[in-house]
Design a protein around this ligand. Structure first.
Ligand code: PSV
Ligand code: MN
Length: 403
């Protein structure tokens, strides 16, 4: 018996509807970050990767390749000003040629000199005005490219106790974001991302999910929380945060990545695959309440081959989702009802420890794809081709300049 048939028998014996699981895996949608295909580094060094994308068009081509290999990445998040182009119609047409569409539009108010003392929390109304104009531009871009998601993260914060008033800054932030909420078309959402440190080290104005949630509730129905897996202190129970936000109808989306120490941008699921599985378990458990969640990768690989790293990230997410889909939920509910804590845990761990790779290989074949996207990438010679065509562009440390 082959590995797939053996797995189907094993799952069927546990009451899993394998065809329904396969249908869900085929419908999965992961959004790729345009900035994941460009040269980035740490504040110490950017190592030029031969083939790194230099323009939005090259980023769209690379994302198109990842989608061609995985079949579940039809959209690409963009970051403004990094990805600003003169002609958005043309950008959409190029994206379509590569089989993808533009997804979330990310604002950037963390790089210009004017934001040294804050962007949306800056005490100077003229600087907040410029930041607001930038948000309006991003909303206009989103309208032009047909995107329904505005993705917001701020580097605002302070470095020393006493530097500024938390509350005065918070009030400016609420006023600013309320204006953004009012400027959004009804069918667009604003996803508010939090991060507990960096670039500010004493406090950040949106430090955690509770602060982001409280603001989103104040703003209204178009505002939801974005959970970046790298933005929590050690030991945080992220799956509990996910369950709570889902229960409140305020989980807008994810930035997937993994971390060992800080906001490390490692491949999602590479350090803590159990955490990723438990997050997907909450998402699957929430059913319809998770329908609108945007699943986005936010990773900048600075040593890894960029396309392969992105394909690996998608595979890791697929594995976590597949494992969450095969949890024996009836048995889990029975164990929970009897306070059989170890039995309940075994039910979850049984799914986590199941090798779902034969199932995913079959799903890909049924989608007309190679069963092993990494092997298909290697066979395609794509990374070699772009290295030859684009060469090794150098860059400064970290991200390209802002404005
Ligand atoms: C900040 O660390 C962040 O997670 C935000 O989402 C930014 O937009 C992104 O990284 C840039 O990579
Ligand atoms: Mn992020």
């Amino acid at each position: 018996m082959n590995a797939y048939d053996a797995l189907v028998d094993q799952l069927a014996a546990k009451g899993v509807d394998v065809e329904a699981v396969k249908a869900k895996l085929k419908a999965q949608h992961i959004e790729l970050p345009s900035w994941g295909f460009a040269n980035t580094g740490t504040r110490f060094k950017t190592y030029a990767w031969p083939g790194a994308a230099r323009t939005l068009y090259e980023k769209l081509a690379d994302a198109g390749m990842v989608h061609k290999l995985t079949g579940i990445c039809p959209t690409v998040a963009i970051h403004i000003p990094w990805d600003r182009v003169a002609n958005w119609e043309e950008a959409c047409a190029v994206a379509a040629q590569h089989g993808v569409r533009i997804g979330a539009v990310n604002t950037n108010t963390f790089q210009a000199d004017r934001y040294k003392w804050g962007s949306i929390t800056n005490a100077d109304p003229a600087i907040r005005r410029v930041a607001f104009e930038h948000h309006l531009e991003c909303i206009e871009i989103a309208k032009k490219v047909g995107s329904k998601v505005l993705s917001l993260w701020y580097g605002d914060g302070t470095n020393y106790p006493g530097q500024e008033s938390f509350v005065a800054r918070r009030h400016r932030m609420i006023e600013f974001l309320s204006d953004v909420h009012a400027a959004l078309p009804d069918d667009m959402r604003m996803l508010v991302e939090y991060k507990f440190y960096e670039p500010a080290f004493y406090h950040t104005d949106l430090a955690d999910w509770g602060q982001a949630y409280a603001i989103c509730v104040k703003l209204g129905p178009k505002a939801q929380v974005l959970v970046d897996l790298g933005h929590h202190p050690h030991g945080t129970n992220i799956e509990h945060i996910v369950a709570t936000l889902l229960d409140e109808g305020k989980l807008g989306g994810f930035h997937f990545n993994n971390r060992k120490y800080g906001d490390d941008d490692l491949i999602v699921g590479s350090i803590n695959p159990l955490e990723l599985f438990l997050i997907f378990h909450e998402l699957v458990s929430a059913g319809e309440a998770a329908r609108e969640v945007a699943y986005m990768i936010d990773q900048c690989h600075y040593l890894e081959p960029k396309i392969e790293a992105m394909v690996q990230s998608v595979i890791n997410i697929q594995i976590a989702y597949a494992k969450a889909l095969i949890v024996n939920r009836a048995e889990l509910a029975a164990r929970q009802a009897e306070h059989d804590l170890l039995g309940a845990n075994r039910v979850l761990m049984d799914a986590f420890e199941t090798d779902v790779r034969p199932l995913l290989a079959r799903v890909r074949e049924e989608m007309g794809l190679h069963p092993d996207p990494i092997a298909a990438l290697h066979q395609s010679g794509y990374e070699r081709q772009i290295a030859e065509a684009r060469g090794a562009s150098t860059g400064g440390g970290g991200f390209p300049e802002g404005e």
